[in-house]
Ligand binder design. Sequence first.
Ligand SMILES: NC(=O)c1ccc[n+]([C@@H]2O[C@H](COP(=O)([O-])OP(=O)(O)OC[C@H]3O[C@@H](n4cnc5c(N)ncnc54)[C@H](OP(=O)(O)O)[C@@H]3O)[C@@H](O)[C@H]2O)c1
Length: 245
Amino acid sequence: MRAAILGATKGMGRSLARAMAERGDTICLLGRNRGDLERSAIDLSVRGATGEVASVLCDLEDPETFGDVMETARESLGGLDAVIVTAGVFATQDELEADPELAERLLRIDFSNTVLFCEAAKKALLSEGGGTLCAFSSVAGERGRKPVILYGAAKAGLTHYLEGLDHKHRTNGLRVVTVKPGFVKTSMTAGLQPPPFAGEPNAVARRVLRAIDRGRPVVYAPAPWRLVMAVIRALPRAIMRRINF
Ligand SMILES: NC(=O)c1ccc[n+]([C@@H]2O[C@H](COP(=O)([O-])OP(=O)(O)OC[C@H]3O[C@@H](n4cnc5c(N)ncnc54)[C@H](OP(=O)(O)O)[C@@H]3O)[C@@H](O)[C@H]2O)c1
Protein backbone atom coordinates (compact mmCIF):
# COMPACT_ATOMS: atom_id res chain seq x y z
CA MET A 1 0.00 0.00 0.00
CA ARG A 2 1.26 3.52 -0.82
CA ALA A 3 0.13 5.75 2.04
CA ALA A 4 0.55 9.38 3.09
CA ILE A 5 0.22 9.83 6.87
CA LEU A 6 -0.31 13.17 8.65
CA GLY A 7 0.62 13.01 12.34
CA ALA A 8 2.96 9.99 12.44
CA THR A 9 5.67 11.57 14.60
CA LYS A 10 3.90 10.67 17.86
CA GLY A 11 1.15 8.63 19.50
CA MET A 12 -1.27 6.49 17.52
CA GLY A 13 -0.02 7.85 14.18
CA ARG A 14 3.52 6.70 14.95
CA SER A 15 2.29 3.23 15.99
CA LEU A 16 0.19 2.95 12.83
CA ALA A 17 3.08 4.05 10.58
CA ARG A 18 5.36 1.50 12.28
CA ALA A 19 2.83 -1.32 11.78
CA MET A 20 2.57 -0.35 8.10
CA ALA A 21 6.35 -0.17 7.69
CA GLU A 22 6.77 -3.59 9.30
CA ARG A 23 4.54 -5.19 6.66
CA GLY A 24 6.39 -3.39 3.85
CA ASP A 25 4.06 -0.54 2.93
CA THR A 26 5.43 2.50 1.10
CA ILE A 27 5.06 5.61 3.26
CA CYS A 28 5.17 9.36 2.84
CA LEU A 29 5.19 11.22 6.16
CA LEU A 30 3.39 14.55 6.47
CA GLY A 31 4.06 16.81 9.45
CA ARG A 32 5.11 20.23 10.62
CA ASN A 33 8.59 19.62 12.04
CA ARG A 34 11.38 18.76 9.59
CA GLY A 35 13.62 17.16 12.26
CA ASP A 36 10.82 14.95 13.61
CA LEU A 37 9.93 13.86 10.07
CA GLU A 38 13.53 12.92 9.29
CA ARG A 39 13.90 10.92 12.51
CA SER A 40 10.59 9.13 11.88
CA ALA A 41 11.58 8.37 8.26
CA ILE A 42 14.80 6.65 9.44
CA ASP A 43 12.84 4.69 12.07
CA LEU A 44 10.32 3.47 9.48
CA SER A 45 13.04 2.53 6.95
CA VAL A 46 14.78 0.40 9.58
CA ARG A 47 11.46 -1.30 10.36
CA GLY A 48 11.02 -2.42 6.76
CA ALA A 49 9.11 0.25 4.80
CA THR A 50 9.42 -0.32 1.07
CA GLY A 51 11.52 2.24 -0.85
CA GLU A 52 12.58 5.59 0.51
CA VAL A 53 10.33 6.99 3.25
CA ALA A 54 9.52 10.44 1.89
CA SER A 55 8.45 13.38 4.00
CA VAL A 56 6.56 16.56 3.17
CA LEU A 57 6.08 19.53 5.49
CA CYS A 58 2.41 20.03 6.33
CA ASP A 59 0.95 22.15 9.12
CA LEU A 60 -2.77 21.83 9.81
CA GLU A 61 -2.71 25.59 10.45
CA ASP A 62 -1.86 26.26 6.76
CA PRO A 63 -4.85 25.13 4.69
CA GLU A 64 -3.67 26.96 1.56
CA THR A 65 -0.80 24.42 1.26
CA PHE A 66 -2.93 21.24 1.40
CA GLY A 67 -3.40 20.83 -2.37
CA ASP A 68 0.34 21.11 -3.06
CA VAL A 69 1.17 18.83 -0.11
CA MET A 70 -1.06 16.06 -1.49
CA GLU A 71 0.36 16.49 -5.00
CA THR A 72 3.96 16.25 -3.71
CA ALA A 73 3.07 13.20 -1.60
CA ARG A 74 1.44 11.49 -4.59
CA GLU A 75 4.47 12.15 -6.79
CA SER A 76 6.93 10.90 -4.17
CA LEU A 77 4.92 7.69 -3.63
CA GLY A 78 4.45 7.13 -7.38
CA GLY A 79 0.67 6.98 -6.82
CA LEU A 80 -1.60 6.92 -3.80
CA ASP A 81 -3.68 4.17 -2.18
CA ALA A 82 -4.40 5.70 1.23
CA VAL A 83 -4.28 8.95 3.16
CA ILE A 84 -4.33 8.71 6.96
CA VAL A 85 -4.96 11.71 9.21
CA THR A 86 -4.10 11.17 12.87
CA ALA A 87 -2.91 14.73 13.58
CA GLY A 88 -4.97 16.69 16.06
CA VAL A 89 -4.79 18.71 19.26
CA PHE A 90 -6.48 18.43 22.65
CA ALA A 91 -7.05 20.75 25.60
CA THR A 92 -9.28 20.35 28.62
CA GLN A 93 -12.67 22.07 28.77
CA ASP A 94 -11.37 24.33 31.59
CA GLU A 95 -8.35 25.39 29.52
CA LEU A 96 -10.51 26.11 26.49
CA GLU A 97 -13.10 28.09 28.45
CA ALA A 98 -10.32 30.20 30.00
CA ASP A 99 -8.63 30.98 26.69
CA PRO A 100 -10.84 31.86 23.69
CA GLU A 101 -7.80 32.00 21.36
CA LEU A 102 -6.85 28.45 22.32
CA ALA A 103 -10.46 27.38 21.76
CA GLU A 104 -10.54 29.02 18.33
CA ARG A 105 -7.26 27.30 17.39
CA LEU A 106 -8.46 23.88 18.51
CA LEU A 107 -11.76 24.23 16.65
CA ARG A 108 -9.87 25.32 13.53
CA ILE A 109 -7.27 22.51 13.66
CA ASP A 110 -9.52 19.64 14.75
CA PHE A 111 -12.52 20.60 12.61
CA SER A 112 -12.32 23.09 9.75
CA ASN A 113 -8.69 22.58 8.73
CA THR A 114 -8.87 18.81 9.11
CA VAL A 115 -11.94 18.86 6.86
CA LEU A 116 -10.07 21.02 4.33
CA PHE A 117 -7.12 18.61 4.46
CA CYS A 118 -9.50 15.69 3.86
CA GLU A 119 -10.98 17.56 0.89
CA ALA A 120 -7.49 17.81 -0.67
CA ALA A 121 -6.86 14.12 0.15
CA LYS A 122 -10.22 13.13 -1.36
CA LYS A 123 -9.38 14.97 -4.58
CA ALA A 124 -5.97 13.28 -4.84
CA LEU A 125 -7.41 9.80 -4.15
CA LEU A 126 -10.30 10.20 -6.60
CA SER A 127 -7.84 11.29 -9.29
CA GLU A 128 -6.12 7.91 -8.72
CA GLY A 129 -9.43 6.09 -9.20
CA GLY A 130 -10.13 5.78 -5.46
CA GLY A 131 -8.46 4.47 -2.32
CA THR A 132 -8.86 4.84 1.43
CA LEU A 133 -9.16 8.03 3.47
CA CYS A 134 -8.80 7.22 7.17
CA ALA A 135 -9.22 10.02 9.73
CA PHE A 136 -9.08 10.00 13.52
CA SER A 137 -12.14 11.54 15.12
CA SER A 138 -13.08 10.62 18.72
CA VAL A 139 -15.72 9.07 20.95
CA ALA A 140 -15.90 12.64 22.33
CA GLY A 141 -17.93 13.50 19.22
CA GLU A 142 -20.70 10.99 19.97
CA ARG A 143 -22.65 13.00 22.53
CA GLY A 144 -22.51 16.46 24.14
CA ARG A 145 -20.57 15.82 27.36
CA LYS A 146 -19.52 18.22 30.15
CA PRO A 147 -15.73 17.47 30.16
CA VAL A 148 -15.30 17.74 26.37
CA ILE A 149 -17.87 20.26 25.10
CA LEU A 150 -15.63 22.14 22.64
CA TYR A 151 -13.22 19.32 21.66
CA GLY A 152 -16.24 17.03 21.31
CA ALA A 153 -18.05 19.55 19.11
CA ALA A 154 -15.05 19.69 16.74
CA LYS A 155 -14.88 15.89 16.57
CA ALA A 156 -18.68 15.59 16.13
CA GLY A 157 -18.45 17.89 13.11
CA LEU A 158 -15.54 15.88 11.73
CA THR A 159 -17.40 12.58 12.21
CA HIS A 160 -20.46 13.89 10.33
CA TYR A 161 -18.31 15.21 7.50
CA LEU A 162 -16.53 11.85 7.15
CA GLU A 163 -19.82 9.94 7.17
CA GLY A 164 -21.23 12.17 4.40
CA LEU A 165 -18.07 11.71 2.37
CA ASP A 166 -18.33 7.94 2.70
CA HIS A 167 -21.99 7.95 1.59
CA LYS A 168 -21.21 10.10 -1.43
CA HIS A 169 -18.01 8.50 -2.69
CA ARG A 170 -17.94 4.80 -1.77
CA THR A 171 -19.42 3.91 -5.14
CA ASN A 172 -16.66 6.00 -6.77
CA GLY A 173 -14.01 3.80 -5.11
CA LEU A 174 -13.23 6.10 -2.17
CA ARG A 175 -13.51 4.24 1.17
CA VAL A 176 -13.71 6.54 4.18
CA VAL A 177 -12.69 5.01 7.52
CA THR A 178 -13.57 7.01 10.66
CA VAL A 179 -11.56 6.04 13.74
CA LYS A 180 -13.20 6.77 17.09
CA PRO A 181 -10.58 6.26 19.79
CA GLY A 182 -11.60 6.15 23.42
CA PHE A 183 -8.91 7.08 25.94
CA VAL A 184 -5.50 5.99 24.58
CA LYS A 185 -2.21 6.52 26.45
CA THR A 186 -0.22 8.90 24.22
CA SER A 187 1.48 12.28 24.57
CA MET A 188 -1.98 13.84 24.09
CA THR A 189 -3.32 12.27 27.28
CA ALA A 190 -0.11 12.45 29.36
CA GLY A 191 -0.97 13.73 32.83
CA LEU A 192 -4.65 12.77 32.60
CA GLN A 193 -6.05 10.02 34.82
CA PRO A 194 -6.65 6.96 32.57
CA PRO A 195 -10.25 5.67 32.85
CA PRO A 196 -11.21 1.97 32.66
CA PHE A 197 -10.67 0.58 29.12
CA ALA A 198 -7.76 2.99 28.44
CA GLY A 199 -5.80 1.66 25.48
CA GLU A 200 -2.21 1.40 24.23
CA PRO A 201 -1.30 2.96 20.87
CA ASN A 202 0.24 -0.21 19.37
CA ALA A 203 -2.93 -2.24 19.96
CA VAL A 204 -5.05 0.60 18.54
CA ALA A 205 -2.80 0.71 15.47
CA ARG A 206 -3.29 -3.00 14.78
CA ARG A 207 -7.07 -2.61 15.05
CA VAL A 208 -7.11 0.48 12.81
CA LEU A 209 -4.93 -1.20 10.18
CA ARG A 210 -7.36 -4.14 9.99
CA ALA A 211 -10.23 -1.64 9.52
CA ILE A 212 -8.31 0.16 6.75
CA ASP A 213 -7.60 -3.14 4.96
CA ARG A 214 -11.27 -4.13 5.18
CA GLY A 215 -12.61 -0.64 4.41
CA ARG A 216 -14.75 -0.59 7.53
CA PRO A 217 -16.51 2.81 7.72
CA VAL A 218 -16.28 3.16 11.53
CA VAL A 219 -13.87 1.65 14.04
CA TYR A 220 -13.88 2.14 17.81
CA ALA A 221 -10.53 1.57 19.50
CA PRO A 222 -9.96 -0.03 21.94
CA ALA A 223 -12.92 -2.28 21.11
CA PRO A 224 -14.85 -1.97 24.43
CA TRP A 225 -15.51 1.72 23.65
CA ARG A 226 -18.07 0.64 21.06
CA LEU A 227 -20.24 -0.78 23.85
CA VAL A 228 -19.45 2.06 26.28
CA MET A 229 -20.60 4.62 23.72
CA ALA A 230 -23.72 2.63 22.82
CA VAL A 231 -24.74 2.98 26.49
CA ILE A 232 -23.81 6.68 26.59
CA ARG A 233 -25.79 7.40 23.42
CA ALA A 234 -28.85 5.76 24.97
CA LEU A 235 -28.75 7.74 28.26
CA PRO A 236 -31.53 10.30 28.71
CA ARG A 237 -30.49 13.98 28.94
CA ALA A 238 -31.62 14.14 32.56
CA ILE A 239 -28.98 11.54 33.47
CA MET A 240 -26.27 13.12 31.26
CA ARG A 241 -26.81 16.39 33.17
CA ARG A 242 -26.15 14.65 36.48
CA ILE A 243 -23.02 12.64 35.59
CA ASN A 244 -19.55 14.00 34.86
CA PHE A 245 -18.64 11.58 32.07
N1 LIG B 1 -5.18 9.81 22.81
C1 LIG B 1 -6.49 9.74 23.00
O1 LIG B 1 -6.97 9.31 24.06
C2 LIG B 1 -7.44 10.14 21.89
C3 LIG B 1 -8.81 9.91 22.11
C4 LIG B 1 -9.72 10.24 21.12
C5 LIG B 1 -9.26 10.79 19.92
N2 LIG B 1 -7.93 11.02 19.74
C6 LIG B 1 -7.52 11.60 18.45
O2 LIG B 1 -6.63 10.70 17.82
C7 LIG B 1 -5.67 11.43 17.05
C8 LIG B 1 -4.25 11.01 17.47
O3 LIG B 1 -4.11 11.31 18.86
P1 LIG B 1 -2.76 10.94 19.67
O4 LIG B 1 -3.20 10.69 21.05
O5 LIG B 1 -1.96 9.94 18.94
O6 LIG B 1 -2.04 12.38 19.63
P2 LIG B 1 -0.50 12.83 19.86
O7 LIG B 1 0.31 11.75 20.46
O8 LIG B 1 -0.58 14.15 20.57
O9 LIG B 1 -0.01 13.09 18.35
C9 LIG B 1 -0.63 14.10 17.62
C10 LIG B 1 0.05 14.27 16.28
O10 LIG B 1 -0.60 15.38 15.63
C11 LIG B 1 0.41 16.24 15.14
N3 LIG B 1 -0.05 17.63 15.05
C12 LIG B 1 -0.57 18.41 16.03
N4 LIG B 1 -0.83 19.64 15.56
C13 LIG B 1 -0.49 19.64 14.25
C14 LIG B 1 -0.52 20.61 13.22
N5 LIG B 1 -0.95 21.87 13.44
N6 LIG B 1 -0.11 20.26 11.98
C15 LIG B 1 0.34 19.01 11.74
N7 LIG B 1 0.42 18.04 12.67
C16 LIG B 1 0.02 18.36 13.92
C17 LIG B 1 1.54 16.11 16.15
O11 LIG B 1 2.73 16.59 15.56
P3 LIG B 1 3.80 17.47 16.44
O12 LIG B 1 4.74 16.47 17.00
O13 LIG B 1 4.40 18.38 15.42
O14 LIG B 1 3.03 18.19 17.52
C18 LIG B 1 1.54 14.61 16.40
O15 LIG B 1 2.27 13.93 15.40
C19 LIG B 1 -5.98 12.92 17.28
O16 LIG B 1 -6.78 13.39 16.23
C20 LIG B 1 -6.78 12.91 18.59
O17 LIG B 1 -7.66 14.02 18.67
C21 LIG B 1 -7.01 10.72 20.70
